[in-house]
Design a protein around this ligand. Structure first.
Ligand code: THU
Ligand code: ZN
Length: 170
């Protein structure tokens, strides 16, 4: 392999990466609308109260907006074996599949998710993969348990270079 200089490598970085994500987000946020985004935040906070998390004492609530405009809720459901715990995002995605969202809109049925947890941070790596099973991109709204929004981001921004069903030809 020929030796590459740093500037050769920099050419390989897409200079539009961040900009592309920003304009995608702005367009989608406008499409979904402020009212719906605040509604999702409110529902995610409410759902976090149903969390079963006696071990971590770290409740998480999710409100998932599907392309059908139906909203699916999820919360973490812990197990004493810890690793068998259902994450809130996972529960919402499974709920949507169980309620026939794939039949309605196909595999890529996710539009947006609001996630409520104490730290107002983004979903974990495993949940990013689970969300990516059902969309090419999605608006992710991260808020705390009082509904304060910490960030609005996109799946592609928090999960770049993902291993996706599309890449595998599905
Ligand atoms: N948790 C979620 O529900 N979603 C995430 O993406 C991060 C972690 C839950 C799992 C566990 O019940 C608690 O938060 C602490 O890790
Ligand atoms: Zn997770």
């Amino acid at each position: 392999m020929s030796k590459r200089t740093v500037s050769d490598l920099i050419w390989l970085v897409n200079p539009k990466d961040l900009q592309v994500q920003k304009s995608w987000l702005e367009k989608d946020i406008k499409k979904i609308g402020e009212k719906q985004i605040l509604n999702l935040v409110k529902l995610a906070v409410k759902q976090s109260k149903l969390s079963y998390s006696p071990y971590s004492k770290y409740p998480v609530g999710v409100a998932l907006l599907a392309k059908s405009d139906k909203i699916y809720l999820g919360n973490n459901v812990e197990k004493v074996s810890y690793s068998d715990t259902d994450h809130a995002e996972e529960a919402a995605v499974t709920g949507a599949v169980v309620s026939q969202e794939i039949k309605k809109s196909g595999r890529k049925f996710i539009k947006a998710l609001a996630v409520a947890q104490k730290l107002g941070i983004s979903p974990c790596g495993r949940c990013r993969q689970i969300i990516g099973e059902h969309c090419d991109n999605a608006v992710i709204i991260n808020c705390d348990l009082k509904g304060k929004i910490y960030s609005i981001t996109s799946l592609q921004n928090i999960f770049p270079d993902a291993f996706t069903p599309t890449l595998m030809g599905f």
